[in-house]
Every structure is written in structure tokens, then in C-alpha cells.
Design a protein around this ligand. Structure first.
Ligand code: FES
Length: 133
């Protein structure tokens, strides 16, 4: 089953169960953390897609305890990326399984180019991801 998922490029990371947990406005994404329990644990992530968002994003709570946002298109062939809990890395869901650091640098697999990352601001209740920098 795992191999089939890789062949078809089906990632493990879910979209938010609560579609109202995030919004896009004026070149920024805002996430209300209380509505997104999927991001609570280090090593967890969600993929944000739709709502006019370009590029789609992988937003994750890293093993470093920080929140990160990265364009969710592997720089090899554009497939989605998953968080690898406990490894301080993220990895493409494809067979080639390119692996990247949290700042988007390739460290293994077929991808040789970085993936774009975005700054994430954190206040008491929300994350703000600026897409226009
Ligand atoms: S698309 Fe990611 S390794 Fe090929």
C-alpha cells in the first residue's frame, strides 16, 4: 500500500478538518490555532490548498518546536511533501522521496533545487504566513 501511495504521489498530510481554520487575505495566510488541533504536536502538519492560494502550502510544527511554511511542491517533479516526525526533515511523497531541511534545502533523493519557504509569524492565537516577500 505504501508503495502504491508513492507511485501515485498520495501524501500522508491531511487538509484541515475545519475549513474555517485558515484564510487568505492581502497576500497573507492566517491560521487560527485553536481551530487547527492538527498542528498541536511537534512533527505534525497540514496542507493548505484552494481559496485562491498559490502556491499550495505545507504548514508544519517542526521537531524544533517552531512553525514552518513551505511551498508544497517538490522541486523535482512537483509532488506534495510530508513531515517526517523525529527527523528534523520533510520529504516528498513520491517514489524518489526527496528530503529537505526545514528551510527547504535538498538533502537526499532526486531533487537538487530548494523548495521555497515563507516566514511564519506567531502570536497568542494565530499564525500569519506572508506570501509576498
Ligand atoms: S517529485 Fe519529489 S522526488 Fe520526485
Amino acid at each position: 500500500m505504501k508503495l502504491l501511495k508513492r507511485i501515485f504521489g498520495i501524501c500522508d498530510t491531511p487538509q484541515p478538518a475545519d475549513p474555517q481554520a485558515w484564510s487568505v487575505k492581502n497576500g497573507s495566510v492566517r491560521i487560527v490555532l485553536s481551530r487547527l488541533p492538527e498542528l498541536k504536536q511537534p512533527g505534525s502538519g497540514v496542507r493548505l490548498e484552494g481559496k485562491g492560494l498559490d502556491p499550495r502550502l505545507l504548514v508544519f510544527h517542526g521537531d524544533d518546536g517552531k512553525y514552518h511554511a513551505i511551498a508544497n511542491r517538490c522541486s523535482h517533479m512537483g509532488r506534495r511533501i510530508d513531515v517526517l516526525a523525529g527527523s528534523n526533515t520533510i520529504a516528498c511523497c513520491s517514489v524518489s522521496r526527496s528530503t529537505f531541511t526545514y528551510d527547504g534545502q535538498p538533502v537526499g533523493g532526486a531533487a537538487k533545487q530548494p523548495v521555497r519557504t515563507y516566514p511564519v509569524g506567531l502570536d497568542d492565537e494565530s499564525l500569519t504566513i506572508v506570501l509576498t516577500t
